[in-house]
Ligand binder design. Structure first.
Ligand SMILES: Nc1ncnc2c1ncn2[C@@H]1O[C@H](COP(=O)(O)OP(=O)(O)OP(=O)(O)O)[C@@H](O)[C@H]1O
Ligand SMILES: [Mg+2]
Length: 432
């Protein structure tokens, strides 16, 4: 390669520098060094000086010479050089614009400047560090070509693959992970990658509230047109970038397949674990905590909601009942929440430690109310750390027997929102 020449490669591939120097994703690779490109991912690299390289291409891989006008490699590099890489940097943009790649560029760039770098991945649908439904954080010990090469060191379970109606929890979780990276890891710079949810009033409210809460040193907005205008309005520290013109876009189906594969990765090798709910309760289901109601009240409630009640507990003026279907009803001064028998089957759950951080994911098989037990599929690794668990948070995603997404249980989201509003509970450290 002549100095300045750019190639684009789609993985799986490995690029070895034999002589000279290459620039890829914010890092410099010298003779004897190499980088990998993951399957179905693309990246561009450039010769800093006249170089000799060796490229190993895996099945379906493509290597092509890029015309300079097709690439944003120089624009992105000058952006990375122009912003102050310290404190918190937030990346925003729509789907597939290169947010994850930009996060890696900035992380590598900061590493090259000998800074302590951490990444927080707040993309709950396509998380590169941890499983879907989480916000995850990791230190960056060496340059990476894809965030996927890092592994979550700290995660917070946010119960869903989209943040609609629950984004306030995401703001709190992201803030907590950023603070953790600064205080516990001593990171000089924390780069926050976000999800591609940018359109509509709620998405704008979320992103603006996140930016206000984090008060970042810099905001990097990857935009195609005016789609981020509403979000960044009034913020002065915004650097704009263009997406790579040759970026791959992924269909909704592609994204779901990607997630499906991800759940399994974090639950396998799977074991059936029996949980004593008196020792390890649910964080967000009163079912295992309240007082069991008597037959008399059971009869009254059953008639009022016009359904059989299999089991019910009372906590204050709230009654949670296992019934024939979903129901929310006021009976006198009590509010009855009916959850259908078997509603728990396949629900994704997160085991949380006393700091509100995720220990691992599991899938609910069955709750035995009278015995105060739950059977959960989880990894053997998680089973070994159960002594650190404080409670089990039930999520809104239902998986099938192959650990693939089957549905989003919106009724449960509604229950959760209502109960947390009622008891004024705040997630995380200190909340019961
Ligand atoms: N220079 C480039 N030329 C072409 N494609 C690229 C280039 N850099 C990155 N890509 C590819 O573009 C796609 C989108 O990039 P990336 O995953 O960084 O975007 P994203 O905004 O994080 O997407 P998502 O919304 O899925 O999280 C990826 O498949 C990535 O490999
Ligand atoms: Mg991404």
């Amino acid at each position: 390669m002549e100095a300045g020449e750019i190639f684009r490669v789609e993985g799986p591939a490995k690029v070895d520098v034999v002589e000279g120097e290459l620039y890829a994703v914010g890092a410099i690779y010298r003779a004897g060094q190499s980088f990998t490109v993951l399957r179905a991912r693309k990246l561009a690299f450039k010769a800093v000086s006249r170089s000799k390289i060796s490229v190993m291409l895996g099945p379906g891989a493509v290597l092509e010479r890029a015309r300079p006008e097709e690439e944003v490699i120089d624009e992105w590099e000058s952006l990375a050089s122009s912003i102050e890489l310290r404190g918190v940097i937030v990346i925003i943009g729509a789907l597939d614009v290169g947010k994850s790649t930009m996060t890696a560029v900035l992380a590598n760039k900061a590493l090259m400047g000998n800074k302590g770098v951490a990444v927080v991945d707040a993309d709950v649908g396509q998380n590169d560090l941890g499983p879907p439904t989480t916000i995850s954080a990791s230190r960056v010990p060496r340059p990476v070509t894809h965030l996927r090469q890092l592994q979550a060191e700290k995660s917070i379970f946010v119960q869903s693959t989209s943040l609609e109606r629950i984004w306030d929890r995401a703001v709190e979780a992201i803030k907590r992970l950023v603070d953790y990276a600064k205080s516990q890891w001593g990171s000089d710079v924390v780069i926050v990658n976000t999800d591609g949810w940018i359109a509509g009033e709620e998405a704008v409210a979320y992103k603006r509230s996140l930016l206000s809460a984090l008060a970042p040193t810099g905001i990097v907005a990857i935009r195609i047109g005016g789609e981020l205008d509403e979000i960044v309005k009034g913020f002065t520290n915004v650097a704009f970038a263009r997406p790579p013109p040759a970026a791959r876009t992924r269909s909704k189906e592609d994204r779901k397949i990607h997630r499906d594969m991800s759940y399994g990765r974090f639950i396998f090798p799977v074991k059936e674990i029996s949980i004593d709910l008196d020792k390890l309760p649910f964080c967000n289901l009163v079912l295992s905590k309240g007082i069991i109601i008597d037959n008399n009240l059971m009869g009254i409630l059953s008639r009022a909601i016009n359904s059989r009640i299999f089991y019910a507990v009372q906590s204050g003026n709230l009654v949670y009942a296992i019934t024939e279907g979903w129901a929310i009803k006021r009976v006198g001064n009590v509010r009855v929440f009916g959850l259908p028998e078997g509603f728990e089957r396949g629900l994704l759950v997160g085991f949380e430690d006393s700091g509100g951080f995720l220990l691992g994911l599991g899938v609910l098989k069955r709750i035995y109310y009278e015995k105060r037990k739950a059977v959960i599929y989880a990894s053997a690794k998680l089973e070994r750390s159960l002594d650190k668990a404080r409670c089990i948070r039930v999520g809104y995603v239902r998986l099938n027997e192959n650990f693939e997404e089957a549905e989003k249980v919106t009724q449960l989201l509604r229950y959760d929102l209502y109960s947390s509003e009622r008891d004024g509970s705040v997630r995380g450290a200190g909340s019961a």
